[in-house]
Design a protein around this ligand. Structure first.
Ligand SMILES: [Zn+2]
Length: 117
């Protein structure tokens, strides 16, 4: 895990893509944290621009990436597992038996599988 002090030092060297202010005071939502890197969603304290920052132990400041997803949305997608080949083949077989609309209609009955477009 990266030390909090180290993260703050890195944020001081990272600047908002819109207004150029240091992201030291930005509101951070940690998306993923590993020993080698911290990925966070930052909201600029001055102009509220939202960006993604990646902080690594060797990093000398990171370049914020502009994004239209909010922090919670990022968390959702980063936790989503990739579709496997088997799942794709299953879908292919399922589509031969039924049309896609009947498959989609079935899924919509389960609230847990509901996704925002
Ligand atoms: Zn800003």
């Amino acid at each position: 895990m990266l030390e909090k002090r180290f993260i703050i030092e890195n944020l001081q060297k990272t600047y908002c893509y819109r207004c150029g202010t240091s992201l030291e005071g930005a509101k951070l939502i940690t998306i993923s944290e590993a020993p080698i890197a911290l990925v966070a969603h930052a909201v600029c304290a001055i102009c509220k621009a939202e960006s993604m920052v990646t902080i690594t132990p060797t990093g000398s400041g990171s370049v914020p990436v502009q994004s239209d997803l909010n922090g919670e949305e990022f968390k959702k997608f980063i936790g989503a597992k990739a579709v496997s080949y088997d799942e794709l083949l299953d879908l292919h077989v399922a589509l031969k038996k039924k049309n896609i609309w009947s498959l989609l209609a079935k899924k919509e009955k389960k609230p847990a599988n509901k996704r925002k477009a």
